[in-house]
Design a protein around this ligand. Structure first.
Ligand SMILES: [Zn+2]
Length: 304
């Protein structure tokens, strides 16, 4: 069994052939360059797919399908992209139909957070847990929930945005219109911005200074981890997941800092089953995007 996973971000696209155990068999990466238009990107994606399957990975097997995780919003039912902010020239473009026609296999597209959660649920740190909630800490905060083996969807199939749970009263203004949103306090962008206001070069400098005992830097991180604990508390009381899976660049290096506060908060929750809600680190690392995307079209035990 081999499936193609395509992970589309604002700056780069990664394509991989992925085997039945979630292993990357061959991969390629290139710049997204949304300024060059959708058709150029589509033809680069077709070349990329041909490249990874021409690497001898199929060994006579059929290709199961092509899964796509795309920086949202996307419409999974229509296979279209609606992200004028990150992918301005791709608005309302249909990526699914041309790939299905060209390769004659099932093609499915989801928001990248949903694709990553599907991968962690099937091959990574979410295995064996249901419901599962995944939070991805990067430029923003990605949210996805897997409930009864299915990607949880809201009205009209849309994707809930838990990054906009308000967590800190009178926090900085968020682009959604509220103040103190989880994403506005704890994302990489938020820590960068808070650091710059206090004279640090960037978020990395904030973490380094906090580790060296700087109280200003520690204060910035306290706000971020407290915001995270409040968001996890809120989601625990809403979804009551068996497991929270935390991933993304920030978490790769600082998981224990964020998880410890969330676990302490959950241990005090009198209305939740004692000790049943786990907080774990995502395990697919750099391959999470492509493996998650490929998992969307794998035939057995499919995450729907
Ligand atoms: Zn917001």
């Amino acid at each position: 069994m081999v499936a193609i996973g395509i992970d589309i971000g604002g700056t780069k696209i990664a394509i991989a052939a992925v085997g039945s155990q979630g292993e990357v068999l061959a991969s390629v990466r290139f710049a997204t360059e949304p300024n060059l238009g959708f058709k150029t990107a589509l033809s680069k994606m077709i070349s990329g797919i041909n490249h990874v399957i021409s690497d001898g990975v199929l060994k006579g097997e059929m290709l199961d399908g092509i899964g796509i995780g795309c920086a949202g919003p996307v419409d999974p039912a229509r296979g279209t992209i609606h992200n004028p902010h990150t992918l301005p020239t791709w608005d309302d473009c249909d990526l699914v139909s041309p790939l299905a026609e060209r390769f004659a296999v099932p093609v499915r597209m989801e928001n990248d957070a949903d694709a990553a959660a599907s991968g962690e649920a099937r091959f990574g740190a979410g295995r064996g847990s249901d419901p599962m909630v995944m939070l991805t800490f990067g430029t923003g905060i990605g949210f996805a929930a897997i409930v009864k083996g299915q990607i949880y969807r809201g009205v009209a199939g849309e994707h809930p945005e838990a990054g906009h749970i308000p967590t800190i009263a009178d926090g900085p203004e968020c682009y959604c219109g509220l103040r103190g949103c989880f994403e506005a306090m704890a994302s990489g962008t938020a820590i960068d911005a808070a650091g710059k206001v206090s004279g640090f070069a960037d978020g990395r400098a904030v973490f380094a200074a906090a580790a060296a005992g700087d109280s200003l830097a520690s204060g910035i991180l306290d706000v971020a981890v407290n915001s995270t604990a409040t968001a996890i508390w809120t989601l625990a009381h809403t979804f009551l997941p068996q497991r929270f899976v935390l991933g993304g660049g920030l978490i790769d290096d600082h998981f224990e800092l964020f998880a410890a506060h969330a676990r302490t908060a959950l241990s005090r929750a009198v209305l939740l089953p004692k000790g049943r809600v786990e907080v774990v680190r995502a395990s697919l690392g750099n391959d999470a995007g492509v493996v998650g995307a490929a998992s969307l079209v794998m035939k057995t035990g499919n995450i729907g």
